[in-house]
Design a protein around this ligand. Sequence first.
Ligand SMILES: [Zn+2]
Length: 171
Amino acid sequence: MGLRKILDFKVPREHYQADAIIIWCFDERFDEYRERKPLIRFLFSVLFWIGMKRFNPETSLLRAYIKQKRFHHPDVIKWAGGAKPLVFEGEGNRNAFRHKLETAIRLHGAPRIVLMLHADCGAFNFGDDPSEELENHLAGLCLAGDFLKREFPDKEIELLLADFNGLYALG
Ligand SMILES: [Zn+2]
């Protein structure tokens, strides 16, 4: 088997310190890859700039959040359900999760950990009951936050809930 280059692209070799480790669900609706047409993007930028914040020029909620926080080097870790393995999948998965966080912190020294859960997540099974889902997610984020504060007392912890109208911070 030979190797054949399929993309020419320059990746910076320098190492970096991460601004944050962000645990996000892989649901692409909350991190869209499509781009707006340049004119639409420009119009959205103008509206956003004059204060109409719902016209965010980004199509990706995650990217909009990263921009708002001015993170330059976020380490984003994606899997099903975002913060779910930390609170809803038993001790084995919680320990595996902690181990991955320890590795990420050792490699890039991020001073903060960001966890998200989101509405209508396929990793949970709430069907058409948004209030039950919201209650579950808020309780889950609180538990996850307590766990992280205990395990990583020197880190800033941010707990986020995403829905189809934006992003909300707990606390
Ligand atoms: Zn999800």
